[in-house]
Design a protein around this ligand. Structure first.
Ligand SMILES: [Fe+2]
Length: 277
């Protein structure tokens, strides 16, 4: 195509776009919030984009595991196919009524500080994300995972497996009853200890829509020494990974309350462990 032909085609697009705007305004009418008055064009709803560095990078050398496992070549986009939408699907009936309570089901009370973890899952405009699967996994009060690979010399608790799940309600709320996890050593560098944390996974409508993050506890002395926490590069983003102590959710003679809200995107987005697309 010659430059002239290209320019003509460009003009054609402008004319077409202008006609579309005129038709759209007529369709919307003056009572629409998108109607800005004659000659003002369309006013689009605000879109509060995540800033580029909200999620941690795949390669963060201070977190040694990322040196070998980060992609060495540019990522290749894989277009969604029908299979990503049709299965496998969760099905609400697979979430048991007691799955939100990590302190029951194993024949006795687990050791440690009982706590309620709750919060809301919202989009960037504060709208609730309903019916999304929230899963958590964590170490026990002594800092030991119920996992074959965890050989940290701390006791396992026969009454605490450390996994739970629930669905958000119509307001996007979730709630777990659990035990406050302990710090654990992880061998990344000399005297490396993780701040106490709980892992969270959120599923969207399909298996390929999964976001994973970690929540921390206020005032943890390990924050400055932990490469995983600090792989989220901006202080204000790291702050959104720290739960707040919640007096209202604290129950007399029973459990402390912590709140952790999850925002999927926008300027207040929660940092997730994989870059959002
Ligand atoms: Fe962990």
């Amino acid at each position: 195509m010659s430059p002239r032909e290209s320019a003509v085609e460009g003009e054609g697009r402008n004319v077409k776009h202008h006609r579309y705007e005129v038709e759209r305004k007529a369709e919307l009418g003056k009572t629409s919030p998108l109607w800005a008055g004659p000659g003002q064009g369309l006013v689009l709803a605000g879109y509060r984009r995540d800033h580029e560095k909200v999620d941690p990078p795949y390669d963060f050398p201070a977190y040694r595991g990322t040196i070998l496992r980060h992609p060495k070549r540019p990522l290749a986009p894989i277009p969604d196919a029908l299979g990503e939408v049709t299965g496998p699907l969760l099905g609400e009936d697979r979430v048991g009524e007691a799955d939100f309570d990590l302190t029951v089901g194993l024949g006795g009370e687990p050791q440690g500080q009982k706590m309620v973890l709750h919060g809301r899952v919202t989009d960037g405009d504060g709208r609730p994300i309903r019916g999304t699967l929230v899963e958590i996994w964590q170490a026990n009060a002594a800092g030991r995972y119920w996992h074959a690979w965890d050989n940290h010399p701390a006791p396992l608790d026969p009454h605490f497996e450390g996994v739970g799940r629930c669905l958000t309600d119509d307001e996007g709320r979730y709630r777990f009853i659990t035990i406050k996890p302990g710090s654990y050593p992880w061998g990344n560098h000399y005297n490396a200890w993780r701040p106490a944390h709980i892992h969270l996974s959120l599923f969207g409508r399909a298996f390929a829509q999964r976001l994973v993050t970690q929540m921390y506890f206020p005032g943890d002395p390990m924050f400055d020494h932990d490469p995983i926490f600090n792989s989220v590069r901006e202080p204000e983003d790291r702050a959104r990974l720290i739960s707040t102590f919640d007096w209202e959710a604290t129950t007399p003679e029973w459990a402390l309350g912590y709140r952790f809200d999850v925002v999927l995107r926008g300027r207040e987005a929660t940092p997730f462990e994989e870059v959002k697309s």
